[in-house]
Design a protein around this ligand. Sequence first.
Ligand code: SF4
Length: 459
Amino acid sequence: MTPSAATEAEPLIPVVRARTVYIETFGCQMNLADTEVVLARLGEAGYRRVAEVEQASLVLYNTCAVRDHAEAKVRGRLGALKGLKRRRPELKIGIMGCMAQREKEQLLAAYPHVDLVVGTDQFVRMPQLLDQLEDQGRLAATSFGDFEDRMWSATRSSGVNAWVPIMRGCNYNCTYCVVPFTRGREKSRAPAQIEDEVRRLVDEGFAQVTLLGQTVDSYGKTLGDGTTLAALLRRVHAIDGLKRLRFVTSHPKDITDELLDTMAALPKVAKHLHVPAQCGSDRILRLMGRRYSRADYLDMVRRARARMPEIELLTDIIVGFPRETDEDFAQTVALMEEVRFAGAYVFMYSQRPDTPAANLPDDVPVEVKKARCNHLLDLQLVHQGQAYAPLTGRVLQVLVEGPSKSDEAMLHGRSLGNLNIVFPRVDAAGTGRDDLIGQLVDVRIARSTSLTLFGDVVA
Ligand code: SF4
């Protein structure tokens, strides 16, 4: 039978090589970094990554539990795999990440075709867990364990930016958030180990590293020796060949003057903070357990801009938290008007089981949540348009990341403030410019939309 003669009743079963893994990552940069670690451990065990589920002997979903929507996507993927598992019973299907940590054995009960559930402190043992599967059948490994060095070393595909986790977990207990349950208590990584890794990455050709933590600016507290993020930035910044250094995500309470002074003094450190405000109303901030007030947040913005007038601030906002009134929402609008963020991720509140906020009634109707969300997204676009327009004619230093996703004829990169900038992929003489990928170039801005700045390279 020729391949084209296959019918639905007789599906084609591609030849699958043993030890091939398909992995899909949901959620935050921390999950992307965990995926790189698990690929490194699997690579040591002889696994090769493949691009299609059908080519894999092992399918892994690295999941997110922050919003119901993220979990629903994974449930959809799992449902779609039932047929493949029926046709290829030897296929192993695993779930890792925050949803795995949150639901544990329940996932095995709900999805009989899933073989393995692996928690956020256990994924480093993936090859051993797969061996265990051979003997004991399906299993869930979700205990919080010792902090292993292997949690850090990762396999990265080549590129311009490398994510470098410098801590795990979170010691805050924001009432809406599952992270304290799914990732455990905060633990910082030794600075010497981070420095060694960044040196290796620079030797491999990475131009930028982004230091990662759930509350990255509280880095060092658990080391107990006075180490701070500022001290780590100074250490990593000194590495020859590193072109740019970023860090995410910040908690407003941990942004010290020492950190801001250090950012201002170090030229390779991006003048950019991703620092979620979540809300502009003190009443709701208290219900969220965020541990700062609106005034504290504005003071942090003032301190940052006093030292770095061109710093770009990115925020996260949750609308429709329980008991959020029109007046509370108006305070969030006013905060956005006052700060004028360079970017904002706006989310509708999603009640998560077992969080303290789940004890509050989810009492803002979904239409109201949607309207508030759209209002803030529209406002943010207006602010971005107004902020970008005056940049026309300015020359900005850009780290070139690669071809633009929306237009192959353009290259795109990021300014020191992390603004998205695109310019032609060939110069006026018709010569290609792909050799600029990974380089810092000066770009003169010619025009802008509310999302992107357009320009050309200054000779
Ligand atoms: S700071 Fe709050 S929102 Fe952020 S990870 Fe920790 S508990 Fe969650």
